[in-house]
Design a protein around this ligand. Structure first.
Ligand SMILES: [Zn+2]
Length: 280
């Protein structure tokens, strides 16, 4: 979309939320991140895409859902092109270019960007986010190693599924997590599908037996996805993996189901795992 077309579309949107959603879809936003504690606020923006249109968007919104808060400002800034304003403290007197170091798991990424002297917020522009991803992709080692806990029957079923696809159990856990975060949580009817799976009879079976930990080493790109989800829902990394794995295994165990939406997911999940196995 050209700048002109974007501006036009932006003004045509009927609610602030719709404007924000458009800006996210088009990647036309800058994140203003608090320096301390450092994290990835981008993740706050993702759920906004799925919020109902009537969701109020106000500047006083708390931070959890407050991605909307600074986005509103950001979007305005992009379009109207006003001077640099810190969206956290709403001050434009002390915003300057500075070096920042952003913690990513066990690593840190250095860059130069706009920083608010007053509150320490810094801007993660689309360009910087891209550079960061390029930097992170180069790591051949793992950034974090969460330890999700699964029941004996989950371990066993996962083992079986992994075998069927020529994978080991831990890579399967990673594949299920990646699939869930990339292809499931952003579905429009995610909540409906998740509720269905949570109540599915096979879920009960998956929870049987003694529970034990497993280490799942994670590289940069998946780490970022997990971080997003964990931040938004305020759950530890290990919980995010647990949820993703249980969802995936439930989907795989209910392929014969009449619930069409889940069937479609199960089929593409099968394909996804096959692709992962082939690449491994
Ligand atoms: Zn500030």
């Amino acid at each position: 979309m050209t700048d002109e077309e974007f501006s036009k579309q932006f003004h045509l949107q009927s609610t602030p939320l719709k404007k924000i959603q458009l800006a996210i879809r088009e990647g036309r936003y800058t994140i203003w991140e608090r320096y301390n504690p450092p994290n990835f606020s981008e993740e706050y923006l993702e759920p906004v895409l799925n919020l109902p249109d009537k969701t109020p968007v106000t500047r006083k919104a708390p931070r959890k859902s407050g991605g909307a808060w600074y986005m509103k400002k950001k979007v305005k800034k992009k379009v109207v092109n006003t001077k640099r304003l810190c969206p956290h403290c709403e001050d434009d007197s002390d915003v300057t270019q500075k070096k920042v170091s952003i913690i990513v798991g066990s690593e840190s990424f250095m860059t130069t960007t706009m920083v608010c002297e007053k509150c320490g917020s810094y801007a993660l522009t689309p360009k910087i986010r891209k550079e960061m991803d390029e930097w992170g992709r180069k790591f051949t080692k793992n950034v974090i190693e969460p330890q999700p806990i699964f029941s004996e029957s989950t371990h066993r079923f996962a083992e079986e599924m992994a075998n069927q696809h020529g994978l080991k159990k831990v890579p399967l856990f990673r594949a299920l997590t990646a699939f869930y975060l990339n292809h499931v949580v952003n579905l429009e009817d995610f909540q409906e599908i998740k509720n269905y799976c949570d109540k599915h009879p096979s879920r009960k079976l998956l929870n049987k037996g003694e529970r034990s930990k497993v280490s799942v080493p994670i590289r940069y790109l998946l780490y970022r996805k997990i971080q997003i989800f964990s931040d938004v829902w305020k759950v530890p990394h290990s919980k995010t993996i647990e949820e993703a794995v249980l969802f995936g295994l439930t989907a795989l165990s209910s392929k014969e189901e009449n619930f069409a939406k889940l069937k479609v997911i199960a089929e593409s999940l099968e394909q996804f795992i096959a692709d992962v196995a082939q690449a491994a």
